[in-house]
Unconditional design. Structure first.
Length: 378
């Protein structure tokens, strides 16, 4: 259940109650594709850095170790040793990203596994069964993420099919949540709005899926090649047609600046691989832009990544030491940067929530963006 606490303009401050605890929104979900954060960050670390929600990938866990294995191990929460909410995406994005390995039909999608080439079929019912086996808190509906650019005709056909698939997902989840051997009988379902950069298709789809009274609604198919301006335009034009009294989730986005812009337009759930991926490449997020710790100027720098940062890395280790670890190709250096970056994102979301409560979001956003755009002088 979603409770809208307050608004500042279109920015929403909410609380989402789940069987695995309450989620304070806006929230950034830390991405653990295969039930682990890339960069050797454990669930104990996630607890320490203020993570509210972990996100795992249905397709990848179905391929390896297998959702039946996870079910036999007691579900994702027990498997990972994580007691807070988990969101599982549906496998629909792999329809987009594994374009060379799949065929889309009305019944679902035929894949070749990226691991061993074996044939896999996934449709709405299969996706719901897999996610039920994983026993996540929130399951995403199975959809197609259309390519960008796509013709209007292709987009209309794709969105219509995604709507038909969503109804099948809802019906299947309702059934699964009543089965005796289902681990999480309170699993929630989020639907996904599609339509590319065609605002009218997006709006009509938003109206249609809103009628289904789901637990939450996502904007999918963005950050797939369109400009930031187009993405912001679509968010701004579509969100008013999604239920204000339900969570709105912008999938796979994005940079700190992207998040600020989307919060201003009414989005309150986010996920992105950027903080972990950039950390693994030696980059740290700070309030003064991104830092490349591989730069020679940090060799003798005994300061933390960011002065005043409360993350466990900045409390203890210097830029010079972290740079040494990166240059020596020690995994510890990557782990430190991923930990710092995830903490930075989680802390920023905490600040955003406070700014909305204080009716000060516009000023907070302006100052934050000015900091990100500043020349990195550290």
């Amino acid at each position: 259940m979603y409770k809208l606490i307050c608004k500042d303009g279109n920015a929403k401050r909410g609380e989402f109650t789940t069987v695995h605890g309450k989620i304070q929104t806006p929230v950034f979900m830390n991405v653990g594709t295969a039930a682990a954060i890339k960069g050797a960050v454990s669930t104990m670390d996630l607890q320490e850095i203020g993570t509210q929600v972990e996100l795992s990938n249905t397709y990848h866990l179905h391929v390896r170790p297998g959702d039946e294995v996870v079910k036999k191990m007691g579900g994702l929460h027990k498997f990972m040793v994580w007691d807070k909410p988990i969101l599982t995406d549906s496998g629909g994005f792999q329809v987009f990203s594994l374009a060379g390995l799949r065929k889309i039909k009305e019944e679902g999608v035929y894949f070749n596994s990226h691991v061993d080439g074996r044939k896999i079929f996934m449709g709405p019912e299969e996706s719901m069964r897999i996610q039920s086996n994983l026993a996540s808190t929130i399951a995403m509906a199975f959809d197609e993420c259309p390519p960008h650019p796509a013709t209007r005709e292709y987009m209309e056909d794709s969105v219509a099919r995604t709507t038909r698939w969503l109804i099948r997902c809802k019906n299947e989840m309702k059934k699964l949540n009543t089965l005796e051997d289902t681990i999480n009988k309170h699993q929630m379902l989020f639907g996904i709005n599609q339509g590319g950069t065609y605002a009218d298709i997006r709006i009509e789809h938003a109206k249609r899926i809103s009628e289904l009274d789901l637990d939450g609604y996502a904007l999918g198919g963005l950050a797939v090649g369109e400009s930031h301006d187009d993405m912001y335009r679509i968010i701004e034009e579509t969100v008013p047609y999604l239920p204000e009294a339900k969570p709105t989730y912008l999938m796979g986005v994005g940079t700190p600046a992207n998040i600020l812009e989307a919060v201003e337009r009414g989005v309150d759930f986010f996920d992105c691989v950027y903080p972990a991926r950039n950390g693994r490449h030696g980059h740290a997020y700070t309030n003064h832009g991104k830092m490349n710790l591989l730069n020679a100027k940090y060799e003798l720098d005994d300061r933390p990544i960011e002065e005043g940062c409360g993350c466990p890395v900045c409390k203890t280790y210097s830029r010079g030491y972290i740079r040494h670890l990166l240059k020596a190709k020690e995994m510890l250096g990557l782990r430190f940067l991923v930990t710092h970056n995830l903490y930075f994102y989680n802390k920023m979301m905490e600040e955003i929530r406070e700014a909305i409560e204080n009716q000060n979001f516009a000023n907070y956003k302006k100052k934050k963006l000015e900091g990100f755009a500043a020349e990195q002088g550290n």
